[in-house]
Design a protein around this ligand. Structure first.
Ligand SMILES: [Zn+2]
Length: 186
């Protein structure tokens, strides 16, 4: 029975996904990432307008969250659900709570906000990498942190393909290199 719902929120590169992936390995624990449960055609629709890049409409959000929770509750043995970087907006908080009230009225909902020094965030954003081969994202924008090979840090430890900077981190990487933060702190 679902008894704990923990929203993990915070700025980019603070470590939300890394934390969720580690806690998510515990028995009876699942991790929800909105992007992974939005139908590909809905996700593709978000890029038709540059101003709405990555923006997922509320109907799609509530449909995705409800479908996911119904499946989780059917499983029966899941007691803790981690929400990785969700809810992302005020309206999503309301939608999420209304679905939980209907489907799991007894569960306790908490939020954990991760924080870090802005310099740390910039350095992490500049240095983290993703693997397009291991994470086949429908918009070619993989998000999960990839492990670098010990022998060749530019390549994925799992599949040996070339690792890339996350799409949204490109500007951070340029800033960090330009200001010398990268070279002076690593
Ligand atoms: Zn890989």
């Amino acid at each position: 029975m679902l008894v704990n719902v923990v929203a993990i929120i915070g700025p980019p590169a603070v470590g939300k996904t890394t934390l969720a992936m580690q806690i998510g390995q515990l028995p009876g624990t699942w991790v929800f990432r909105l992007r992974e449960h939005v139908a590909q055609n809905s996700l593709a629709a978000t890029v038709t307008n540059a101003e709405r890049l990555g923006w997922i409409d509320d109907i799609t959000v509530i449909t995705s969250v409800r479908g996911y929770l119904e499946n989780l509750i059917r499983e029966g043995d899941i007691h803790t659900l981690l929400l990785d970087n969700f809810p992302g907006r005020g309206t999503q908080v309301g939608l999420c709570l209304s679905v939980l009230r209907q489907l799991a009225p007894d569960c306790i909902v908490r939020a954990i906000e991760l924080v870090a020094d802005p310099d740390v965030l910039r350095r992490r954003a500049a240095s983290r990498r993703v693997c397009h081969h291991c994470e086949r994202d429908p918009l070619c924008d993989p998000r999960l942190p990839a492990m670098a090979s010990a022998l060749d840090p530019g390549h994925c430890a799992r599949c040996e393909h070339l690792l890339h900077i996350r799409r949204g981190d490109t500007a951070w990487a340029q800033t960090v290199v330009a200001t010398g933060l990268y070279s002076s702190r690593f």
